[in-house]
Design a protein around this ligand. Sequence first.
Ligand code: FAD
Length: 411
Amino acid sequence: MTSEQTFVIVGASLAGAKAAETLREEGFDGRLVLIGAEHDRPYERPPLSKDYLRGEVGRENYVHGDGFYADQRIELRLGRTAVGLDTSAGVLTLDDGEELSYDRLLLTTGAEPRRLEIPGAGLDGVHYLRTFGDSDALRERLDRGGALVVVGSGWIGSEVAASARQRGLEVTVIDPVSVPLERVLGPEVGAIYGEIHHDHGVRMLMGTGVEAFEGGGAVERVRTSDGQTLDCDFVVVGVGVQPRTGLGVQAGLAVGDGILVDERLQTSAPGVFAAGDVASHAHPFYAERIRVEHWANALNQGPAAAHSMLGGARVYDRLPYFFSDQYDVGMEYTGFASAWDRVLFRGDPASREFIAFWLAGDRVLAGMNVNVWDVTDPIERLIRERVAVDDRRLADPDVPLEQLSPQGSSR
Ligand SMILES: Cc1cc2nc3c(=O)[nH]c(=O)nc-3n(C[C@H](O)[C@H](O)[C@H](O)COP(=O)(O)OP(=O)(O)OC[C@H]3O[C@@H](n4cnc5c(N)ncnc54)[C@H](O)[C@@H]3O)c2cc1C
């Protein structure tokens, strides 16, 4: 039955490639087309701001080996962009005019960096970071040394700043917030990251924005909103990403902050699904929509969407998880906290080995382990089981996390 069907995936990155893999694993033997605007076969992006950017590793981060797609009879169309979608006819149009009829469609079009629209935004030497090509250009710039200004102290900005310092460059980070990563982690934990960067010699210019880039042809200076002028050799802008919803909007799908999908990752059009950075998902655990811009979400939602494409009824209810590496500080964050009433530490943050918990009342919303490993399962259980925790025991490293969760203690 399925052997006569055509399934099409738009977006050949982590979510799309994992979905294609799962479709074959689950026995889909019809025509399977994976379309990607980039010219590289699907790859993972985390190394692009870390060891790949620093030149410590080569292109080892492809999702699958070279022969995988041919072996699996996955028609990989690289350098092709889907430009039109008619969901009532079930037809997708590519940029070369080809029309593809599909029985099921998955949109894994991801996200793209938000661009700054300020004077000098088009000068040479103003970099953004999303693709292999972006990372290669930046890596070449790091090789030449000099002074870098990083605009934005979120994950990308913080990781690029760390990598550039590790390569010995002079680095200034600018952001209107008061501490790096404040929007996600809040002031207490953001301040710890501020100290880490400070200790590594990064100049943190917080509480001010960027007014303009100046220079003759290439950027030479950054003018801040509080009137300072910073000389630089190049700039990296990391001010967040926006979901690539264009195809969904054009097709009349329900779109908000991302393409809206239900608990099974189906869009407002039957037979059309979305996953990864682009999907605004009705999350059953949170009973609200969330859009997660992280590696593990793409890794897991791709396969979950594939199951739904095959008619599966399973809902996607994994808790968000992400990681970051800066200098010798590695962390994992589990859960989702947009508002909390306090942050509690297990271990001394000054030692850079600790767990931070975000709480509302006696419930844990999220936990972040920093240079402490193998604790994401018990942290996830505390959140998922909505365990009522005692602050003193939660903060005490001598009380195993498993003992705080009724389920965990019996395992
Ligand atoms: C530098 C960097 C470092 C990161 N580090 C971390 C990290 O440490 N930890 C973490 O958890 N996450 C990290 N992430 C985030 C993680 O990489 C993303 O969440 C993940 O890539 C999302 O995968 P995706 O498949 O949903 O979309 P994307 O990776 O954005 O891929 C979407 C693909 O679809 C293609 N596309 C879009 N529109 C079309 C169209 N119309 N036709 C054809 N193709 C199209 C795009 O060209 C792109 O290749 C990092 C991201 C970057 C950029």
